[in-house]
Design a protein around this ligand. Structure first.
Ligand code: SF4
Ligand code: SF4
Length: 131
């Protein structure tokens, strides 16, 4: 189970795309499936994706996205993720699925009550079914 710190009960944190978590030192593990998805999105082969954008994890148990010398992810462009639609699970799940002590000092996500998000989702799906 993933660990979460400093989260308000009943809140979902909505990402503001500040890019700060992509500059945080640390690994971004990628699975074989994620490598295939990213390669397809970039229009390159899986081997090219592995060669150009990944390196061995410190524990040697798989691959991680390469970090630039300043620690930011190789796919960060300004504050935007170059592979946003197919970014790895670890990126998708931060900060609600996992985070680290002190994450609130770097993350600009806004807490929104989970109930209100559910209502918005229900209204949107109702509107779509009426189209
Ligand atoms: S893949 Fe995208 S979202 Fe994930 S760390 Fe890199 S730039 Fe950030
Ligand atoms: S640090 Fe928080 S608000 Fe900024 S991009 Fe990452 S998840 Fe989104």
């Amino acid at each position: 189970m993933n660990t979460v710190y400093d989260m308000e009960e009943g809140m979902h944190y909505v990402c503001q795309r500040c890019g700060n978590c992509c500059r945080w030192p640390g690994e971004v593990p990628v699975s074989e499936e994620e490598i295939a998805q990213i390669a397809a999105y970039l229009g390159i082969s899986e081997q090219e994706m592995i060669d150009q954008y990944t390196e061995l994890r410190r524990n040697r148990a798989g691959l991680t996205l390469i970090s630039r010398p300043n620690h930011e992810c190789i796919f960060l462009e300004g504050n935007e993720c170059r592979i946003h639609p197919v970014k790895p699970e670890q990126c998708k799940n931060f900060p609600n699925g996992w985070n680290f002590p002190g994450w609130r000092n770097v993350c600009e996500a806004i807490p929104v009550p989970k109930d209100s998000l559910k209502e918005v989702t229900e209204v949107k799906s109702q509107q779509n079914s009426e189209k």
